[in-house]
Design a protein around this ligand. Structure first.
Ligand SMILES: Cc1cc2nc3c(=O)[nH]c(=O)nc-3n(C[C@H](O)[C@H](O)[C@H](O)COP(=O)(O)OP(=O)(O)OC[C@H]3O[C@@H](n4cnc5c(N)ncnc54)[C@H](O)[C@@H]3O)c2cc1C
Length: 453
């Protein structure tokens, strides 16, 4: 493996002593760090900025559930990294980061080794199963476009299956959709599945399937859904979910899901051919393995400037950073909002150090939160201000659509949004990932055996 920077870079940059900034991850933290670095370092053409990601696109996760339920096309929320950086001097390197050698200051992908002077770590998180891995079979997660299209296809196939199935128990199992995790992702997904099943799929399959046969169950291990929202709003959300017909099980601890049977601790088992796990995240394993000081959740401890407390020139943003909120005395939550704001601060600080200016301390008081609950309904909380209903839903969508990096897709998504209100959603399978054709479920945590379907 050649240890080099891309030689093509030398075409438009001075070859002498470049300062190499490597950004790992082109998600919310990494992508925006590179965008801001390019902006803040205009006066320094000797600085090389390279972003590495295993995917060639930036994924807008807050709208992933809309892709899983037929209301947004996959490409509207997946934007080419190369296109985003086309008019900048940022270089994209599409490859899997395989190792981070902090001592020798080299990052290795399957393609090449890239040395760095400043490193920004923004590799995000992965699903946390809290040790239940070996007891979960053929479940879905919602972290990627593949996951979203697999869920979309599976929902349709379950309706296809129930359409011809004669046994009432098997029909019921096919039409029972369980979402585990009462945080924003779980709540939004349960709401969307409910809407998709009742408003769209039922139209296509209504000749042999009735509304009473469809169950959407949301399971939350604690006594409260949406703990990040003010209590009043989380109670309103609970009421809303129950009102539209979603069964919410609080204090429901999943013990096992095998062969299409869900077992919650101390409760009767439920047959359900769909279980989507949206119950938590843990830091990326590469980050977790680094010899840097970390918190109890393996996130890298950083100073207020977002530089690692144990190593200079190693900066961390987003889900990988353990950065204390000075007002609350606890780390900022792993959200896109935090990642994007940290990206700006980290870029400012790297530029400040190069330009010999004072560095900034990251301090951001959370503006609030949004959560959509299907059926054109969303809750919004911002400081003292709260809003719910269709107005909240419009605002929810407009805020998120406005944040999509590529303007063309903002227009498409706004258009798609209005179409969704007045017309039907798509109920076609997404042939985006052929590997899911034969095994439509996400590579299960335990490949041990088939489920009830
Ligand atoms: C379904 C879903 C819905 C969400 N909804 C919201 C929401 O409504 N509001 C909100 O604020 N937050 C939301 N979040 C959380 C938000 O997505 C994260 O907090 C945010 O993306 C964190 O940014 P990041 O840069 O740390 O990581 P990410 O945005 O996840 O970026 C990490 C990047 O690193 C890349 N990567 C990882 N490992 C490697 C490797 N070994 N080699 C190369 N590349 C690698 C990944 O491909 C990815 O592009 C949601 C998350 C999910 C999954």
């Amino acid at each position: 493996m050649a240890e080099s920077q891309p030689t093509e870079m030398s075409g438009n940059l001075p070859a002498e002593k470049p300062h190499r900034i490597l950004v790992l991850g082109a998600g919310f933290g990494g992508l925006y760090t590179a965008v801001y670095l390019d902006r803040f370092l205009k006066s320094r053409p000797d600085v090389w900025i390279t972003v590495i990601d295993r995917r060639n696109y930036f994924l807008f996760t807050p709208m992933l559930h809309s892709t899983a339920t037929g209301s947004l096309e996959p490409r509207y929320i997946a934007h080419s990294v190369r296109k985003i950086f086309r008019r900048t001097r940022v270089h994209a390197h599409i490859g899997e980061v395989q190792s981070i050698d902090l001592k020798n200051r080299i990052v290795r992908t399957e393609h090449r080794a890239l040395p760095f002077d400043d490193l920004v770590i923004a590799l995000g998180s992965e699903t946390n199963f809290y040790g239940l891995e070996s007891r979960l079979e053929n479940i879905f997660t919602l972290k990627s476009l593949k996951d979203a299209s697999a869920i979309n296809n599976h929902l349709i196939r379950m309706f296809e299956k129930a359409y011809w199935e004669e046994s009432p128990e098997s029909r019921r199992a096919a039409l029972t959709f369980v979402v585990v995790g009462g945080g924003p992702t779980g709540v939004e997904l349960a709401g969307e599945i409910h809407e998709y099943a009742h408003r769209e799929l039922l139209r296509d399959f209504g000749r042999r399937i009735s509304k009473e046969e469809i169950r959407v169950i949301l399971v939350e291990a604690t006594g409260r859904i949406l703990p990040s929202l003010p209590e009043k709003l989380s109670l309103e959300a609970l009421e809303r979910l129950r009102k539209i017909g979603i069964e919410v099980i609080l204090e429901g601890r999943l013990e096992e899901y095998r062969k299409g049977i869900m077992q919650l601790s101390g409760r009767a088992s439920v047959r359900a051919e769909t279980l989507i796990w949206a119950a938590g995240v843990r830091t990326n394993p590469l980050t977790a393995a680094l010899a840097l000081e970390k918190d109890g959740q393996n996130r890298i401890r950083v100073k207020g400037t977002l530089e690692s407390v144990s190593m200079e020139h190693v900066w961390v943003v987003g889900d990988n950073a353990s950065c204390l909120n000075p007002w609350e005395g606890r780390p900022y939550p792993p959200t896109a909002q935090t990642a994007v704001r940290q990206a700006r601060t980290v870029a400012q600080n790297i530029a400040a150090r190069l330009l010999k200016r004072p560095e900034k301390i990251f301090a951001h008081n959370h503006v609030g939160g949004f959560v959509s609950i299907g059926d054109n309904y969303a809750l919004l909380s911002a400081k003292q201000f709260t809003l719910s209903g269709i107005l909240g839903w419009f605002l929810w969508n407009l805020v998120y659509i406005h944040k999509l990096p590529i303007v063309r897709y903002r227009l498409f998504s706004t258009f798609g949004l209005f179409l969704k209100v007045f017309f039907e959603r798509a109920t076609t399978e997404i042939d985006l990932c052929p590997e899911y054709e034969d095994a439509p479920r996400v590579a299960s945590v335990d490949r041990g055996g088939p489920s009830g379907g």
